[in-house]
Design a protein around this ligand. Sequence first.
Ligand code: SAH
Ligand code: SF4
Length: 350
Amino acid sequence: MTALFGLLADEFVETAARAVKEAGEPSYRIDQLRRWLYERTPQAFSDMEGLPRSLRDHLAETFVLHPLDYDLDMLSEDGTRKFLWQREQGNDAGRIESVLIPDGDRVTYCISTQAGCPVKCTFCATGYGGFSGNLSTAEIIDQVVQIRTRTSLAPTNLVFMGMGEPLLNFDGLLRALSIMTDSRQLGFGSRRITVSTVGIPERIRQLSRAFPQVKLALSLHAVDQGLRDELVPLNLKYPLDEVLDAVREHCDATGKKVTFEYVILPGVNDSADDAKAVASKVRGIPASINLIGFNPFDEAPYRKPSLKSMLAFRDELDGSFAGDVTLRRSRGEDIQGACGQLSLKNRPAT
Ligand code: SAH
Ligand code: SF4
């Protein structure tokens, strides 16, 4: 059955027109259905009041509304809320996660694009949890609309920083971005969307062309080829120098800054020399650098950095790098909802 949330705006109109016609209803029902879907998003077609019962029944027989089943959610002491969803196949590997991060006036949804992640970075729980496939476009969109209806907290920012490497589910990502930003659908501003990636040069270029306003975050973590090969195994296939060429082109083509993300792993990538090497490697690229303290989990061979050592690294970087350097506060650690803690294996007792 077709999942309506996977359809681009024109595909939706075509598909809805067919269904409305089959149910013997006039064409203004198409727009009623569209508004229900993208603006109000009920739990089921049967809740779409104002549509005749026969049409609601026909829709329910023809289409999937929510490809993800809500499983549970966990609320952190700091207000961060993690959602677990069950995918259709109904086993544990079929569970994925999203995170809602309220912060003053900002409400950020952190969205997943894959069930697990094939990249297997050595510091990321998602990588250790295995990989069971790309999410469909409808599953990506469903995270957004379900969090919105369940919490009544509309997003101000959408970040592709949940499970998976977005550029490895490129078709799903591009379609989801189109549905998120099209005014006939979710109508969300592309400037408030961030795609985070470890870097696939050609896809960065394609993304800049297709969605020049979408922000790019590049997960750096190391500038030494050997160390980055180890930490981010995709670096073997797409070496950092080639990735940075694509990032420069992205900045030139879009006129935007990029954000480099850097997970601080004590004793591994946080020396004063590391800071200098980072600054020298990215010199000339309009960027800010976001430092993230490593969030620990069971299998990881790293320690959590002390605040003191993070500040020392920041100061060192500040001295040699022209752009902004920020230390990201870790959110939702107590519910394993912080960066890098989302995992297929992370099953809370139910
Ligand atoms: N796959 C994409 C997006 C998801 S990860 C990427 O890697 O960019 C989002 C961010 O969380 C990345 O910057 C990633 O490096 C960071 N991260 C992963 N594991 C982490 C951990 N254990 N502690 C802190 N940050 C982590
Ligand atoms: Fe995948 Fe990103 Fe985690 Fe690396 S950091 S394993 S790319 S989700």
